[in-house]
Design a protein around this ligand. Sequence first.
Ligand SMILES: [Zn+2]
Ligand SMILES: [Zn+2]
Length: 255
Amino acid sequence: MELRVLGCSGGIGKGLRTTSLLVNGEILIDAGSGVGDLSLVEMGKIRHVFLTHSHLDHIAFLPLLVDSIFEQITDPIVVHALPQTIDSLKKHVFNWSIWPDFAGLPTPDKPVIVYREIQPGDICEVEGVTFEPIAMNHIVPTVGYRVESSDGKSFAFTGDTTTNDTFWSVLNAYGRLDLLLLEVAFSNADEALSHTARHYCSNTLAADIVKLKLQPEIYLTHHKPDEGKDIYREVKSLIKNHQIKQLKNNLTFTL
Ligand SMILES: [Zn+2]
Ligand SMILES: [Zn+2]
């Protein structure tokens, strides 16, 4: 299984891209601004998009992606998301005011995107890769994902979240995890804000990670621009029993 990081920032700015991960060249997890670095040919290969939640930094380039490859694809892109996320996309994005409703274009019976509702615990298999949505604790309904290849290699991604028990218990139950991508949006200077926005800060992540009984390779993601250095310093001093690195755009993992 190949995992390519298209975007892993909590904001924009030179060199920064918001959340998007590409699995085996044809499956996206979230569609933030990192999608915009793909070539048209690469975009045309995308068959599935698994969304964590409805926030703009995770869906911003989905409308533009669909529009860009509209002419070249013959089968629809399947957008997997919670019902509440799909409702938000239909109501607030693909509503003919912000962007055309591509679930009805070019014709309602042969649209360019179709929606597929997911629920936490529902395991979906795509091209031999399984995606398990896990309920997270964010300000809107959100899932993380545990993703496993046909030969048993796996990674997990929190999406956006703060303190929770669900993610850790699902991961522990499998007994194996190769790679773990954890959001930490804020440094401890913004701890109060992190509670309001329901993101991890360094302190809350350190308090939660003791629940993890596995030893995957761990990378931090979704830092607010300019907070990355502080977050990394804090996390390194708070968490001693895991090797932790920071995620970077264009990193590719082979699992
Ligand atoms: Zn969010
Ligand atoms: Zn986010």
